[in-house]
Design a protein around this ligand. Structure first.
Ligand code: PMP
Length: 345
């Protein structure tokens, strides 16, 4: 892979915006360089454009160097930036698995980049050869998602390695749910595959969907391209501070994850016992894909009881399926109780 040939020409030659905080970093007595208001500390100041303190902390936890980290406004930001950096509108395309997370398609559509969807095999497994066959000379990115949304399963590591080894473009592995499947991340393989980008997020296991903080891990060269085209101050001070505070509470997050994994197993077993449930698909995430009799009716009955799940019936390979997030034990009991009392007759 030659990154300079892969990136769009206008991005390769782009002179990025240089902010006041890019031109001077460090401590000083008086800051008169950014047209800020001197009052209302600390929110009067622009945030660190490269989020150095936060990256240092994340680097320790994830066991990577800070220059391999990009932080964005949710993982949705790096998804969009990767497409914008590498795909020429109207010409290039991305390859994704199907079914998977909807934003790959939306981000491609917004950027006028076409998308080639490769159906997963039965039980949502990944056949690397089918994915590679979908690639043509204009394919710049392949998006994989493991554990996959909405199916919940991990994709095969060897299949993902095979794709990363043989594809001449960038392979993005979205690991939004990886904390619920410890030990299965491709993060330790970044040095092996220079074309690999791993996405993770604070929205799931970390319980911080509201602060919008996503991570992309990749070679310093790929991270450099994302940094070049992002909004100068893409992460606000509140997000950076809250994340730093949460990173001190890693033990809390581990407890939540353990609870949610226990609950996932319990709910899965309980759902299997219900007449209206046909299949509970195995999950490595914090949700279950469940095939039921009459998904639309069950969805509506649950809404009447104030319980909202996601009807995925119209998604490829998910006919008749609901996607159910694992909630607190109390919330899950309410769901089970409601389902037991739904009469389909
Ligand atoms: N990737 C996947 C697979 C997801 O399911 C989601 C959210 N549902 C995201 C990314 C978005 O994450 P974020 O909140 O970090 O934008």
């Amino acid at each position: 892979m030659n990154l300079q040939n892969l990136v769009r020409k206008n991005i390769a030659s782009l002179v990025p915006y240089s902010s006041a905080r890019d031109e001077f970093t460090g401590e000083a007595q008086v800051f008169l360089d950014a047209n800020e208001n001197p009052f209302n500390e600390p929110y009067n100041r622009y945030p660190d454009p490269l989020q150095r303190k936060l990256k240092q902390k994340i680097a320790e936890i994830k066991n990577v160097t800070p220059d391999k980290i990009f932080l964005g406004n949710g993982s949705d930001e790096p998804i969009d930036l990767l497409i914008r950096a590498f795909c020429e509108p109207e010409t290039d395309n991305i390859v994704t698995i199907d079914p998977s997370y909807g934003m790959y398609q939306v981000a491609a559509n917004i950027n006028d980049v076409s998308i080639r969807k490769v159906p997963l095999s039965a039980n949502f497994t990944l056949d690397p050869m089918t994915v590679l066959h979908a690639v043509d000379l204009h394919t710049k990115l392949i998006f994989l998602c493991s554990p996959n949304n909405p199916s919940g399963n991990n994709l095969s590591r060897s299949a993902m390695h095979h794709i990363a080894r043989h594809f001449k473009g960038i392979v993005v592995v979205d690991e939004a749910y990886i904390d619920f499947s410890p030990g299965n991340s491709l993060l330790p393989d970044l040095d092996r595959h220079k074309n690999l980008v791993v996405l993770q997020t604070f929205s799931k296991a970390w319980g911080m969907a509201g602060i919008r903080l996503g991570m992309a891990f990749a070679s310093p060269e790929i991270i450099g391209i994302l940094n070049k085209i992002k909004y100068p101050y893409n992460l606000n001070i509140l997000t950076q501070e809250k994340a730093l505070e949460m990173l001190e509470n890693k033990g809390q997050v581990e407890n939540w994850v353990a609870t949610l994994i226990n609950e996932r197993n319990r709910i899965s077993a309980e759902l299997e016992k219900l007449d209206q449930v046909k299949t509970v698909y195995p999950s490595d995430a914090n949700f279950l894909l469940v095939s039921v009799e009459n998904a639309g009716l069950i969805y509506n009955k649950l809404v009447e009881k104030g319980i909202i799940v996601r009807d995925r019936s119209k998604v490829n390979l998910c006919a008749g399926c609901l996607r159910i997030t694992i909630g607190s034990p109390e919330e899950n009991n309410l769901l089970l109780e409601a389902l037991k009392n739904i009469n389909l007759a």
